[in-house]
Design a binder for this molecule. Structure first.
Ligand code: BTN
Length: 225
């Protein structure tokens, strides 16, 4: 698996957002499966819930475009594992905060935004390498604090290989690896203002929570730890 890595890379010094660029490319009809949009910096980088993603030069800002027939709730797990494995290969031990934030020592180092457009899905990934922003809602960190010698391009080429591996694996192996890397498994988290125990994932990709005596399946929502 992962032997035939065949992506088209389109790279920019500055973009508003690799995500927006990717979507415009899809709308123009001039895009093919496995295209990667890369930018050294972004002027309008954004994340989930329309939050700003501070995008100074030195970090990784990339969007992977894949052709897809339908929405895939399992994709975010593949992506989280791919990013985690990338960091692990450089000796950094991350955990995954559901569904796909990557943390080191509980601080966010990477985020993913998955958006669908026409017959494509755009997987936007940001990894803090040289700098990490001050964010109101959570603590952040960066690769340089753990492995100062890694370059963005080394990180990107490993990430491409890992994306290739994990986006084509079956869900059982993705789920198993995700569970090994999950932060707060079997611990108490907050879901919609209530305490809940994070029990695992079901085969549809839903998070299984236990709130008191009842089990709740959660798709694509936000939990806090
Ligand atoms: C999040 O944690 O909320 C997701 C952050 C996603 C940021 C990346 S950086 C590359 C791509 N372009 C964007 O504007 N956003 C994503």
């Amino acid at each position: 698996m992962g032997a035939n890595i065949n992506y088209k890379l389109i790279s920019f010094d500055k973009l508003s957002s690799t995500q927006t660029y990717a979507q415009n490319l899809i709308r123009s009809g001039k895009v093919s499966d496995r295209t990667i949009i890369l930018a050294n910096s972004q002027t309008a980088g954004h994340g989930r819930y329309r939050r700003t993603w501070v995008s100074k030069p030195g970090n990784l800002y990339v969007s992977f475009i894949y052709e897809t027939e339908k929405r895939d709730p399992k994709l975010s797990y593949s992506v989280a594992v791919a990013i985690a494995e990338t960091l692990i290969s450089f000796g950094i031990m991350p955990t995954i905060k559901w569904p796909n934030d990557i943390l080191i020592d509980g601080k966010k180092i990477s985020g993913t935004l998955i958006e669908y457009a026409k017959d494509f899905v755009v997987v936007g990934i940001g990894i803090n390498i040289k700098s990490n922003p001050n964010v109101r809602f959570y603590e952040t960190t960066k690769v340089a604090d753990f492995a100062p010698k890694i370059s963005r391009d080394e990180l990107l080429s490993t990430l491409i290989k890992q994306m290739d591996i994990w986006t084509t694996r079956n869900f059982t192996s993705i789920k198993n690896r995700w569970l090994e890397l999950a932060a707060n498994l079997n611990k108490t988290i907050t879901y919609r203002g209530r305490d809940a125990i994070l029990c695992g994932l079901n085969d549809d990709g839903a998070l299984i929570l236990r709130c008191g005596n009842e089990y709740v399946m959660v798709y694509g929502d936000e939990i806090s730890v």
